[in-house]
Design a protein around this ligand. Structure first.
Ligand SMILES: [Zn+2]
Length: 393
C-alpha cells in the first residue's frame, strides 16, 4: 500500500508536501505530475509547482539527506516526496531551506517522537534548516524574533501555536551541548522510545537539570548571546524598543524600591497577530501592566530592566516563596559601558558596590512546573559597600 503522509509546509509557501516510505512497487505517476531524481531521493511534482521550483526544492532535500543522514547518522525517513500546489516563494535559497525543514519532518517520523509536541517537532525541523544552510540566516530566523519581542512570557513548552520559534532554543542547545549528534542521540534515547517527555532525555544527555539548561538559554537571550544574535536583535528592535521585552522598566536612584507589579506593555499578542493572524497568545495570557509579578506558565521567562542612575551601592534581592525557591532560576545580566555583558546567578541578595560601572542591569527569571510563580524584586542601598556577593558566571 502506498502510504502517504501530508505535512503542511513551513512559513509562507502554501503548498502541501506528501512523503511516502519506500515501497517495493513503484506507484504510477498520475497525469499532471513529473519526476525528478536526485542522488538519493525521488521528487514527484505537480505541474503547477513548476520544474524550476521543484529543482530548488529537490536540491534542498538532497543537501539535507547528505548532511543529516549520511554525515550525522539520522535515520533516512522518506526517500520519495510529492510536491503539490503553488509555492509563493521565488527565492531559491528560501525554497532549499524550507525543503530541509520538510525533509527533517520525514526523518522525525522514523523515530518514536511525540508528533503533537510542536516545540520538539517544529523546533528541531527549524534547527535542521540552519544545520544544512547556516549561511542563509534570513531563511530561518523569521520565527525566532518571537522570543525577543515578548513571546518569552507565554512561551511554555506546551504552547501549541509557537512551534517554529523553538528552533532558537534547539540552535542554542546544539551550539553548546554537542551539535547535531546531541539532537540525534535525543531522538534515539531509550526514554524517548518509552514515551518519556524529551526534557528528561535532554537532561540525561547533558547531565544538567532541564531547568538549568532553560535558564542558561534565558540568560543568553538577555545577554545577546542567542545564536545568530547579530541578525536577530536588530530585526526585533525595529518592532519594539527593549529587547528582549521586559515586564518592568525602572531605575536605581539610590532610594529603596520594591517592585511588585509589571509596568511594561508586552507587544507580542498584537505583533504576532499582525504577522501571522491565528496561533498567537491572547492578551490575557501575557502579564499586563499593573499585574502582580508572577511567571504564570512553566518555563515562562521574565526580564526586568534597571538602569543605574546612582553611585549608591546597590543591593538587589529577589524574593520568592521559600518552599518554591528550587522552582526558580534567577540570573543577573549586567552590561558594561563597553557593551560587554556579565552573567551571574542571583541567589538571595546581590550587591553591586559600583552600580554606575554598568549601563544596564537585567534580572532574568524562569521557573519550572510548580505554582505559583510569584516573586518580588527589592532594590536598596547596601550596608556592605565593599563586598560583591554576585558570583560571576
Ligand atoms: Zn514544520
Amino acid at each position: 500500500m502506498d502510504l502517504r503522509i501530508w505535512l503542511v509546509l513551513f512559513l509562507t509557501i502554501s503548498i502541501l508536501l506528501m512523503t511516502a516510505p519506500p515501497s517495493p512497487r513503484e506507484p504510477e505517476i498520475p497525469p499532471g505530475f513529473s519526476v525528478l531524481q536526485t542522488r538519493h531521493l525521488t521528487v514527484i511534482y505537480e505541474a503547477q509547482f513548476t520544474k524550476q521550483k521543484a529543482l530548488y526544492f529537490a536540491e534542498g532535500m538532497e543537501a539535507a539527506y547528505q548532511r543529516l543522514v549520511i554525515k550525522q547518522g539520522f535515520r533516512s525517513g522518506a526517500r520519495r516526496f510529492w510536491l503539490q500546489g503553488f509555492p509563493t516563494s521565488e527565492n531559491p535559497e528560501h525554497l532549499r531551506t524550507v525543503a530541509t525543514h520538510e525533509f527533517f519532518h520525514s526523518v522525525q517520523l522514523s523515530y518514536s517522537l511525540k508528533l503533537a509536541d510542536r516545540f520538539l517537532i517544529e523546533g528541531t525541523a527549524t534547527w535542521a534548516m540552519r544545520e544544512v544552510y547556516p549561511e542563509c540566516v534570513e531563511c530561518y530566523i523569521e520565527a525566532f524574533e518571537d522570543w525577543l519581542i515578548g513571546g518569552t512570557d507565554a512561551s511554555t513548552l506546551q504552547h501549541l501555536g509557537l512551534g517554529h520559534h523553538a528552533g532558537l532554543f534547539w540552535n542554542f542547545i546544539s551550539d553548546h551541548y554537542g551539535g547535531a549528534q546531541l539532537i540525534r542521540r535525543l531522538f534515539e534515547h531509550p526514554d524517548i522510545r518509552l514515551g518519556v517527555d524529551w526534557p528528561k532525555g535532554l537532561s540525561a544527555l547533558t547531565g544538567k537539570p532541564f531547568l538549568d539548561l532553560w535558564a542558561e538559554f534565558a540568560a543568553a537571550l538577555a545577554a545577546r548571546r542567542a545564536p545568530d544574535a547579530q541578525w536577530l536583535y536588530p530585526r526585533a528592535e525595529q518592532k519594539t524598543p527593549y529587547v528582549p521585552v521586559p515586564v518592568f522598566v525602572g531605575e536605581w536612584t539610590g532610594q529603596p524600591l520594591t517592585i511588585e507589579q509589571s509596568n511594561w506593555e508586552n507587544p507580542y499578542p498584537q505583533l504576532c497577530s499582525e504577522k501571522r493572524g491565528g496561533a498567537c497568545p491572547s492578551k490575557t495570557s501575557i502579564l499586563s501592566v499593573g499585574s502582580n509579578l508572577a511567571i504564570r506558565y512553566p518555563y515562562g521567562i521574565h526580564f526586568l530592566r534597571i538602569t543605574p542612575k546612582s553611585t549608591a551601592p546597590l543591593a538587589l534581592h529577589v524574593e520568592v516563596e521559600k518552599e518554591h525557591t528550587s522552582n526558580f532560576r534567577i540570573y543577573l545580566v549586567a552590561r558594561r559601558a563597553s557593551g560587554a555583558y556579565e552573567i551571574s546567578p542571583l541567589k538571595g541578595e546581590c550587591v553591586l558596590s559600583k552600580p554606575m560601572e554598568y549601563t544596564l542591569l537585567q534580572v532574568v527569571l524562569t521557573r519550572g512546573l510548580e505554582v505559583p510563580g510569584k516573586y518580588q524584586l527589592r532594590l536598596q542601598e547596601s550596608q556592605t559597600p565593599d563586598s560583591s556577593l554576585c558570583r560571576r558566571g
